[in-house]
Design a protein around this ligand. Structure first.
Ligand code: OAD
Length: 259
């Protein structure tokens, strides 16, 4: 890959410097440098023959709950063994930097891996839920991973109900509170920044247009062009971890991430 131009990184830093309320939307690309595959990457090993876009569907769970829960078990085991990368830490630092200047950065993610929180971000709006809690289909009760017996699949709660990950699947509604919080952030922002997402899955795919209609500046950081690239005021073609670290450096934000 050609390294991103210094000019585009400078432009992203200036856009953030001039903003007081940022809405940032992230996707699987932000976690790629932690070792987690995106939805469009070819998987290796045991799960290579399955299409993640088909497994992340309510119909797949209805048809074969054993297969789907085994896949999610594998996904959270991997997510827990991965570490947040420089991009997650940079976003956490940016959030604090905005707050220290009386502004804010609202973080909206489509990721379910919990790496933003481990990288220091807070109030993360998880549009697609999380794989770190599961819920009982019989009682609705939520369970953390260490409360669940994963020795048989699909796992069940003590009431005998099927347990499923607390994520949003294709064919399901987004959690109303997360969607509401995301829409409020997008409507109120003066800069919208999309990072590591293919910008194709609704409703997140519409956030940039909504922000632009409200007068916000639009920036994108992705390793390749997306449907958003042409509309964005700033488009950085690069890897999120290194670019976000450079942006923090340009803004004079101290680099304190654990080595
Ligand atoms: P995708 O897998 O669709 O897209 C990942 C994006 O990240 C692509 O545009 C890549 O070019 C980009 N990318 C990969 N590595 C990168 C890196 N190191 N730095 C910068 N960019 C990088 O993932 P999402 O856009 O998150 O939904 O997908 C959105 C939703 O569609 C997911 O949450 C999931 C999915 O299918 C559900 O499961 C409901």
């Amino acid at each position: 890959m050609i390294p991103p131009s210094d000019e585009s990184i400078d432009q992203l830093a200036s856009l953030l410097q001039d903003a007081s309320h940022v809405a940032m939307l992230t996707g699987a690309g932000v976690s790629a440098e932690s070792g987690l595959s995106t939805f469009r990457d070819k998987e290796e090993g045991l799960w290579a023959k399955y299409d993640p876009l088909e497994l992340a569907h309510i119909d797949a769970f209805r048809r074969d709950p054993e297969l789907v829960t085994k896949w999610y078990h594998w996904r959270f085991t991997r997510a827990r063994s991965c570490k947040p990368n420089a991009g997650h830490f940079a976003i956490g630092r940016l959030q604090k930097w905005f707050r220290s200047r009386g502004g804010r950065l609202d973080l909206i993610t489509q990721n379910v891996d919990g790496l933003h929180q481990r990288g220091g971000a807070d109030n993360v709006i998880e549009l697609h839920g999380t794989i770190l809690t599961w819920r009982c289909l019989r009682t609705g009760e939520r369970y953390s991973l260490d409360q669940i017996d994963f020795s048989t699949f699909p796992p069940r709660s003590e009431s005998g109900g099927l347990l499923r990950p607390d994520v949003v699947w294709f064919g399901e509604m987004l959690p109303a509170d997360a969607l509401d919080a995301a829409q409020q952030a997008v409507a109120a922002c003066d800069a919208f920044v999309s990072v590591g997402t293919s910008a194709t899955v609704w409703p997140a795919a519409g956030f940039a247009d909504m922000a632009q209609a409200g007068g916000a500046a639009i920036a994108e950081l992705n390793r390749e062009t997306t449907p958003l690239s042409d509309k964005a005021d700033v488009s950085v073609l690069g890897l999120s971890a290194s670019v976000l670290r450079d942006v923090c450096r340009l803004l004079g934000i101290e680099d304190k991430e654990p080595r």
